[in-house]
Design a protein around this ligand. Structure first.
Ligand code: DOR
Ligand code: ZN
Length: 344
């Protein structure tokens, strides 16, 4: 197969930031994607429905002319989140999910949750109204090895949350481990997003032969066996797994610093990379499910009407970086030519 047409994809986990960065990176998503779940980890975070409405308006104002894009807003769960505000924002159609960051787990997560007893009422409300909880699934305890933080989270946090809230739809975001894949497959009402980059890199790519800051993200990429488990899950056709790029722009200045930021910027070339991954796994017929069908099904939203066509041919050229007023944002590189181009 050298050409494939699929329903227009959506990105079920995206960081757009704000201001000049938002304006610079949004076209990289709207070129190929119809919708995206917008992460709320701004400074300050998107906590209340009024914050989400204002942020949505800033995103809508930044959409390039000629593109159609629907930002699917989320609220950042804090121990002070008001369940009534969550309920109203959901009833209005303003938000499609609430995001749980364990406090300190990643970029701008200081306002996240430390004591889960304090968010019980919100989780109960969400289970009742069918609003999904998107979860950054890593424990933050300093005595837990960074490569074990996802697996430990499953036992210590996710499983207890799910047992306490049987009706709650959870989305384990940016899965990085076989343990996470196995857990999701053992559950009802559980979904998971998988990023493009975690299907390409393992931890050797970050560290062997010199440190590669542009491959550093959170959760950090794990051993090869985990990368293979993610590829198998994504390309299996299992409806619980869908695309969430976690495309996360940071300027080169912030990435290449002595304490560099976590995040891979994959919005630009994700669809070309995915076509290659699915082809390598003999699963091109499963690409549409992963990128365009399984996410809407899990969220209870319609699929997109229009399509994109991917064609295999000469190497496709993507920009090395996206210029922004704050400095360049480097686009994720796989290390080999991308042969699938995208026509929209
Ligand atoms: O690598 C990451 N970058 N992981 C996250 O969870 C957050 C994101 C960001 O906001 O930069
Ligand atoms: Zn993220």
């Amino acid at each position: 197969m050298t050409q494939i047409t699929i329903r227009r994809p959506d990105d079920w986990h995206l960081h757009l930031r704000d201001g000049a960065m938002l304006a610079a990176v949004l076209p990289e998503t709207t070129r190929h994607f119809a919708r995206a779940i917008i992460m709320p980890n701004l400074i300050p975070p998107v906590i209340k429905s009024t914050d989400a409405a204002a942020y949505r308006d800033r995103i809508l104002a930044a959409i390039p002319e000629g593109d159609t894009f629907e930002p699917l807003m989320t609220l950042y769960l804090t121990e002070n989140t008001d369940p009534a505000d969550v309920r109203a924002a959901h009833a209005d159609g303003l938000i499609k999910a609430v995001k749980l960051y364990p406090a300190g787990a990643t970029t701008n997560s200081a306002s996240g949750v430390t004591n889960f007893d304090n968010v019980r009422a919100t989780l109960e409300t969400m289970a009742e109204i069918g609003l999904p909880l998107c979860i950054h699934g890593e424990v933050t305890d300093h005595d837990i090895d960074i490569f074990d933080r996802e697996a430990v989270f499953l036992d210590r946090v996710l499983d207890p949350i799910r047992r306490a809230n049987p009706g709650l739809k959870t989305i384990s975001e940016h899965l990085t481990t076989k343990d996470g894949v196995d857990y999701v497959m053992s559950q009802d009402n559980a979904g998971a997003t998988i990023t493009t980059h975690h299907m390409i890199i393992n931890r050797n790519h970050i560290l062997a032969g010199g440190i590669k800051p542009h491959y550093y993200c959170l959760p950090v990429a794990k051993r090869e066996e985990h990368r293979l488990a993610l590829r198998a899950a994504a390309t299996s056709g299992d409806k619980r797994f869908f695309l969430g790029t976690d495309s996360a722009p940071h300027t080169d200045g912030a990435k290449l610093a002595p304490c560099g930021c976590a995040g891979c910027f994959t919005a630009t070339n994700t669809m070309s990379i995915l076509a290659q991954v699915f082809e390598e796994e003999n699963a091109l017929d499963k690409l549409e499910g992963f990128a365009s069908l399984n996410g809407p099904a899990f969220y209870g939203l319609p699929v997109n009407d229009d399509t994109i066509t991917l064609t295999k041919g000469d190497p496709v050229t993507y920009p090395d970086h996206i210029p922004t007023p704050d400095g360049p944002v480097t686009v994720f590189q796989t290390g080999s030519d991308l042969l699938w181009s995208v026509d929209t």
